[in-house]
Design a protein around this ligand. Structure first.
Ligand code: PNS
Length: 167
C-alpha cells in the first residue's frame, strides 16, 4: 500500500455550552490521530445558549492552548458546508450511551448524504465521563451541586458567575 501524504483534518462540531471534561477527553484522544483538529462551535441560531458564541470560543481556547494541532473556530449553517471549507476528511462525534446513538446515526447519515466524501468518526466517551453533559452540569450547578471534576476549573468559575447556586 502506498503511503498517503495528505494531511488529515477532522472537525469536532458542537454547542459547547460550556465545554466539559467529556469534550476535552475526546479532543485529547483524537488530536494525536490527525494532523489538524478543528473544534467548531455552533452559533446556535435556534437554541438559546447560556454563554455567547464569543464566551464559548474563549473558554475552549483557554483550555486548549497546549495543543499544537487543535484550532477553535465558530460556524453557522450546514456543518458539511463548513467541513468542506475547512478541507475536513472527518467529522468527530462522541457517543456516551445508547441514548446518543439514534440522534447521532440520523445526523451521520444525513451528513453522508449531503457530503459523501466526509466521513463521520465516532469515539466512545471515556468511562469516567460518559454521564457528563453540558445540560446536566448547568442544572446541577444551578441547584447548588458540586461540578468540580466535570468541567475545567476556569469553566466552573464562569458557570458560578453566570448561574449562582441556590442553597
Ligand atoms: O453539541 P450538539 O448541540 O449536540 O451539536 C450538534 C451539532 C452542532 C453537531 C448539530 O446541531 C449541527 O451539525 N448543526 C449544524 C447544522 C446542520 O448541519 N444540520 C444538519 C445536521 S444533519
Amino acid at each position: 500500500m502506498q503511503a498517503s501524504n495528505k494531511s488529515l483534518v477532522a472537525v469536532y462540531p458542537g454547542s459547547f455550552d460550556p465545554v466539559t471534561n467529556g469534550h476535552l477527553d475526546l479532543i485529547q484522544r483524537c488530536a494525536p490521530l490527525v494532523d489538524k483538529l478543528v473544534v467548531a462551535v455552533l452559533k446556535n441560531a435556534h437554541k438559546s445558549p447560556l454563554f455567547s458564541l464569543e464566551e464559548r470560543v474563549a473558554m475552549l481556547e483557554g483550555v486548549l492552548g497546549g495543543f499544537d494541532n487543535v484550532e477553535v473556530d465558530a460556524f453557522d449553517g450546514l456543518l458539511v458546508d463548513y467541513g468542506r471549507r475547512k478541507g475536513a476528511h472527518l467529522l468527530l462525534r462522541g457517543i456516551r450511551a445508547v441514548s446518543d446513538y439514534e440522534y447521532e446515526l440520523q445526523m451521520a447519515l444525513m451528513n453522508r448524504r449531503l457530503a459523501p466524501e466526509i466521513e463521520t468518526m465516532f469515539m466512545m466517551a471515556g468511562e469516567a465521563y460518559s454521564f457528563i453533559s453540558s445540560k446536566l452540569v448547568k442544572e446541577v450547578i444551578g441547584l447548588g451541586g458540586n461540578v468540580s471534576g466535570l468541567v475545567p476549573p476556569s469553566v466552573e468559575e464562569k458557570l458560578r458567575q453566570r448561574i449562582p447556586g441556590q442553597p
